[in-house]
Write a protein that binds this ligand. Structure first.
Ligand code: ATP
Length: 304
């Protein structure tokens, strides 16, 4: 009997392993299905030339139908203007930038560029017009020049230096012994969080985008670095239609409009001055950030 039992037991183990493998494959296909590429419409067109206006029109969105994230968000970034979004962690701020880049489609309402639904444009045309400065910047184990040129491989050295100047990075690079040839990344010079974001700003600028999305890093920054990034962003945003996802109020003060997002809804909007005068949620956040005791170690907002 034992002779029969052993192979059967062995078969049982093999069977279980095959079942697990199949389940994994099923799970993989489910995941692939969920992250399928968004397809262009057959009649999709290119973006018009010239300055671009961005409009979110009653945008609703969920990653998972059981958990709505945006509940009807509306705002307009007129061409060449700057709109900033602030709010607590998880409010849905970065989701707005993902929808504009069309990583996902809205589940209600529309995102429009110059009045046209972005689903009517070719994705390639839409994405090539948008420069994103992400929260976390990936640096390759290569020179600074290589890392900057990644924004636009055919860029000339002059264009790269010009972008680095606007991003307030040029002087820092020139102070390094190997200047633009300095190796960075895991095996090279470790750049600080602020320096990395300025590399990302220069990269985004090299793309000569007509729409700029700046997703501010939440990582700890000293006030000098914070100021340098602020200046770099202000210079980069000039003349671009800009959406800023902000964690620090210093970045948003000069925005044409500031939106306070809470639980996927715009609960307040206006200029810095108007919002302070209104004495609402923004004014509370401002008071907290002014008060060193209320300020988080990373300078980000704290729950009011
Ligand atoms: P933070 O200030 O921390 O960056 P945020 O306001 O930018 O936050 P989002 O990144 O827009 O917030 O996320 C909003 C909500 O959506 C969060 O609750 C988050 O857990 C959820 N979420 C984000 N990305 C996904 C995803 N890919 N799948 C499922 N849920 C997600």
């Amino acid at each position: 009997l034992i002779q029969l039992y052993m192979p059967l037991n062995f078969l049982g183990i093999v069977y279980r392993e095959i079942r697990t493998a199949l389940t994994d494959i099923e799970r993989m296909f489910t995941l692939l299905g969920e992250h399928r590429e968004i397809a262009d419409r057959p009649d999709a067109r290119d973006l018009p030339s010239g300055p671009l206006e961005v409009r979110f029109e009653n945008v609703q969105f969920h990653y998972d139908a059981k958990r709505p994230i945006l509940h009807g968000v509306s705002f307009t970034v007129p061409a060449g203007h700057k709109v900033a979004v602030v709010g607590h962690s998880g409010a849905g701020k970065s989701t707005l930038s993902r929808l504009l880049f069309r990583f996902y489609d809205v589940t209600g309402g529309a995102v429009r560029v110059n009045g046209l639904d972005i689903r009517d444009f070719r994705q390639e045309s839409l994405r090539s017009a948008i420069g994103i400065v992400p929260q976390d910047t990936v640096l390759f184990n290569d020179t600074l020049l290589y890392n900057l040129r990644y924004g636009r491989p055919e860029a000339s050295r002059e264009e790269i230096v010009a972008a680095a100047r606007t991003a307030q990075l040029h002087e820092f690079i020139e102070s390094l012994p190997d200047k633009y040839e300095t190796r960075v990344g895991e095996r090279g010079l470790k750049l600080s969080g602020g320096e990395k974001q300025r590399v990302a700003i220069a990269r985004a600028l090299l793309k000569q985008p007509r729409i700029l999305i700046f997703d501010e890093a939440t990582s700890a920054l000293d006030s000098k670095t914070e100021q340098a990034i602020g200046e770099s962003l202000r210079a980069a945003a000039r003349g671009h239609t800009t959406l800023v996802i902000a964690h620090r109020l210093s970045t948003v003060m000069d925005a044409d409009e500031i939106l306070v997002l809470d639980g996927g809804r715009v609960v307040e909007r206006g200029s810095h001055g108007q919002l302070l005068a209104a004495g609402g949620a923004y004014a509370q956040l401002w008071a907290l950030q002014q008060n060193e005791e209320g300020r988080q170690p990373d300078g980000s907002f704290v729950a009011a």
